[in-house]
Design a protein around this ligand. Structure first.
Ligand SMILES: Nc1nc2c(ncn2[C@@H]2O[C@H](COP(=O)(O)OP(=O)(O)O)[C@@H](O)[C@H]2O)c(=O)[nH]1
Ligand SMILES: Nc1ncnc2c1ncn2[C@@H]1O[C@H](COP(=O)(O)OP(=O)(O)O)[C@@H](O)[C@H]1O
Length: 216
């Protein structure tokens, strides 16, 4: 007699999926593709003191705040991590991340190496670190220019900062050289799928196996 197979529910810890790169390497593009492809992961929307770029929406791309508001959030412990990047301040609101993880959801972060280090220290074991490299320095500059959202001066400052950001590549679990967007997006999705299968995250596995053995 055959028995219809149904997908068993095995409880799992949510994970924190962090993507970092030098500005212009493609992390925002890859993050958007991952969110569109997978409903089990949600974006952590950071607060920032930098001005919105054309097309950026408050509450969607960032929560745009002034310096006073940022300092208040920091002093009240409302930020899980924060850093100064390119003369602006950026931070991760704590509450939405804790709520998502508690509900067994995964959270995606587009944050720099300083934020990645802080979250790794605080939530070791729940953090997956992905670093995105451009195929070359020239391509990085082309992408920053072609995005056409920053002045020549800002592009030059981001290029100058790229080497320092790239120097942290070895602190990450995975490194993707973002040449073809399709291939890179597929790689990011594969990492997420594999990380979800890690035994340590599958809290319900012991019960699942014990129940199965009970009827064997
Ligand atoms: N530590 C930290 N870094 C952040 C946060 N939000 C954004 N960043 C980083 O700040 C840097 C500048 O971001 P942005 O001004 O949007 O420019 P982008 O590099 O073109 O995405 C990037 O490296 C982001 O990953 C945050 O909440 N915390
Ligand atoms: N693999 C790729 N090939 C060509 N252009 C890309 C690729 N990945 C990203 N881009 C483009 O490069 C620019 C910078 O990408 P973006 O995702 O904004 O980078 P970041 O968030 O790392 O600053 C954007 O115009 C984006 O469309």
């Amino acid at each position: 007699m055959s028995v219809a197979a149904t997908e068993p529910h095995i409880a799992r810890r949510g994970l924190l999926f962090i993507i970092s790169s030098p500005s212009g390497a493609g992390k925002t593009t890859l993050a958007r593709r991952l969110l569109a492809a997978d409903s089990g992961i949600e974006m952590s929307v950071s607060v920032t003191t930098r001005a919105p770029r054309p097309g950026e929406q408050d509450g969607v791309d960032y929560h745009f705040v002034d310096r006073d508001r940022f300092e208040t959030m920091k002093s009240r412990g409302e930020l899980l991590e924060w850093a100064r990047v390119f003369d602006n301040y950026y931070g991760t609101p704590r509450q939405p991340v804790e709520a998502a993880i508690a509900a067994g959801k995964d959270v995606l972060f587009d944050i720099d190496w300083q934020g990645a280090q802080q979250l790794s220290e605080k939530l070791k074991g729940d953090v997956v670190l992905v670093f995105v490299l451009p195929p070359s320095g020239n391509v990085l500059e082309d992408r920053l220019k072609s995005r056409a959202q920053d002045t020549a001066e800002i592009v030059a400052r981001r290029m100058a900062a790229a080497s320092a950001e790239i120097s942290h590549w070895a602190e990450y679990d995975y490194v993707i050289v973002n040449t073809e967007i399709e291939k890179s997006a597929a790689a990011v999705q594969s990492i997420l799928v594999a990380e979800r299968l890690k035994r340590d995250r599958l809290l319900g596995l012991s019960d699942f196996v014990r129940d199965m053995q009970a009827v064997l």
